[in-house]
Design a protein around this ligand. Structure first.
Ligand code: GYE
Length: 337
C-alpha cells in the first residue's frame, strides 16, 4: 500500500509520464528548528510548483528557492513540472490535499489556472505567483506576484540593440530573427511585446522581425530553430533571443553555418546567466538584459507575512541591470548564477 504522501508523489510522477518522466519529481525537504519560522512557533510548510529545469535561469531560481526555504526553516514540498501545465496543476492539487500552509508557483503559461486556484481558495490556502504572471478575471485567486517586469525587459532589449548596432557601425536594413520563449508564457509574450513597442515607435522603417518562432527557452530549441532560420532567411543580421540558453544554442548553429556570432549576426538576449556572460566576454553575444532568478529570500519573507495573515503588496518587482560586452569580463567573476 502506498502511504498518502507517496501516493500523491506518485500521482505527480504519473501525470508527468510522456515527457522525461524519470526527472519529474516532488521532493520534501525540511530543516531548521520549529521556532525559526516565528509566529506561533509552528513550522511553515510551503508547496512550490516549479516550471521545469529548462534553462540556467531556472536552475539558479530552483537553487535560490530551496536554499532560502532551508534558511528560513520551512518545510518545502518542491515539484518540477517539466514545462507541462498539467503537471503543475497536479502538483498544486497535491499540495492542497496535503494541506500546506502556502502555495507558490511559477506558472508555465498565463491561462488556464482558475479552476485549480479556486480549489486552493476553497481550502483557504493562500497562493503566491513567483516569476511569471497569469491572466485571470478573479483577482482574489492569488495574494501577490513577485517577479520581473518582462515588458520592460523587451523594451530594454530594443534599446540595447540600438547601442549594439551603433557600436558595430551597422548600416542598412536590420533583419531580425526572434527566438521566442515558451508559447503562452508571460516572459515570451511580454518580451516580444516590449521589444515591438520600441521597434514600432522608433524604428518602423529600418528594423524588421523577419522570422520569429519559439525555441521553448532551451538550448536545444534555440539551436534547432536558428538552424532553420538560417536556411529560410540567410540574410538575417540580428538575433533577439528571449533567453541566454536559446542564444547559446543558436550560436552553435550560426557557427555551423560558417558565420560569426556577435559580428555577422549581432545578438541580444535576456537573463544574464554565467554562460551568457562567458559568451559575451568572447564577443559572441553583444548585449544581455538581466533578469534576476534569485527570488528565494524575498519569496520566503513574503510567505511568512502571508502565513501570518498580514496584508502584502500585490506586485513586487525585482531589480536588474543591462550589460554590454565591455562590462562582461569585469562582471563575470561576481556573477552569482
Ligand atoms: O528568462 C528563462 C526561463 O520565467 C523569467 O524562464 C523566467 C524565464 C527565463 O526559462 O530562461
Amino acid at each position: 500500500m502506498l502511504s498518502r504522501r507517496n501516493f500523491l508523489t506518485a500521482a505527480v510522477g504519473v501525470a508527468a509520464a510522456g515527457g522525461l518522466a524519470a526527472c519529474a519529481k516532488e521532493d520534501d525537504s525540511s530543516s531548521g528548528s520549529d521556532s525559526s519560522s516565528g509566529g506561533g512557533g509552528k513550522k511553515i510548510t510551503l508547496g512550490f510548483a516549479q516550471v521545469g529545469s529548462e534553462s540556467g535561469w531556472r536552475t539558479a531560481n530552483t537553487k535560490s528557492v530551496k536554499e532560502a526555504a532551508k534558511d528560513a526553516g520551512y518545510t518545502l514540498k518542491f515539484s518540477d513540472a517539466q514545462q507541462k501545465q498539467e503537471n503543475q496543476i497536479s502538483a498544486i492539487r497535491s499540495y492542497i490535499a496535503q494541506k500546506v500552509n502556502v502555495i507558490a508557483f511559477s506558472p508555465v503559461v498565463v491561462t488556464g489556472w482558475d479552476a485549480v486556484l479556486k480549489e486552493a481558495k476553497t481550502a483557504k490556502i493562500p497562493v503566491i505567483l513567483t516569476d511569471r504572471s497569469i491572466e485571470t478575471s478573479d483577482d482574489s485567486l492569488y495574494v501577490s506576484f513577485i517577479g520581473s517586469d518582462f515588458i520592460d525587459e523587451g523594451r530594454r532589449a530594443a534599446k540595447m540593440l540600438e547601442k549594439v548596432l551603433e557600436k558595430a557601425g551597422h548600416k542598412g536594413a536590420v533583419k531580425i530573427a526572434q527566438l521566442e520563449g515558451t508559447t503562452g508564457a508571460a516572459p515570451a509574450i511580454e518580451r516580444a511585446k516590449g521589444f515591438k513597442e520600441i521597434m514600432d515607435a522608433e524604428h518602423k522603417d529600418d528594423w524588421k522581425v523577419v522570422v520569429s518562432q519559439t525555441g521553448d527557452f532551451t538550448r536545444a530549441g534555440g539551436k534547432q530553430v536558428m538552424a532553420a532560420f538560417l536556411q529560410s532567411n540567410p540574410d538575417i543580421n540580428v538575433l533577439y533571443a528571449h533567453n541566454d540558453d536559446m542564444a547559446l544554442g543558436a550560436i552553435q548553429s550560426i557557427e555551423a553555418a560558417g558565420k560569426k556570432p556577435g559580428k555577422d549576426i549581432l545578438i541580444v538576449s535576456v537573463d544574464g546567466v554565467k554562460d551568457g556572460f562567458v559568451a559575451m566576454s568572447e564577443g559572441k553575444i553583444n548585449g544581455i538584459v538581466e533578469c534576476n532568478p534569485l527570488l528565494g529570500p524575498q519569496l520566503m519573507e513574503l510567505v511568512k507575512k502571508v502565513n501570518d495573515g498580514e496584508t502584502v503588496e500585490r506586485r513586487i518587482k525585482t531589480k536588474e541591470g543591462d550589460f554590454l560586452q565591455e562590462q562582461a569580463k569585469e562582471a563575470l567573476p561576481t556573477r552569482k548564477y
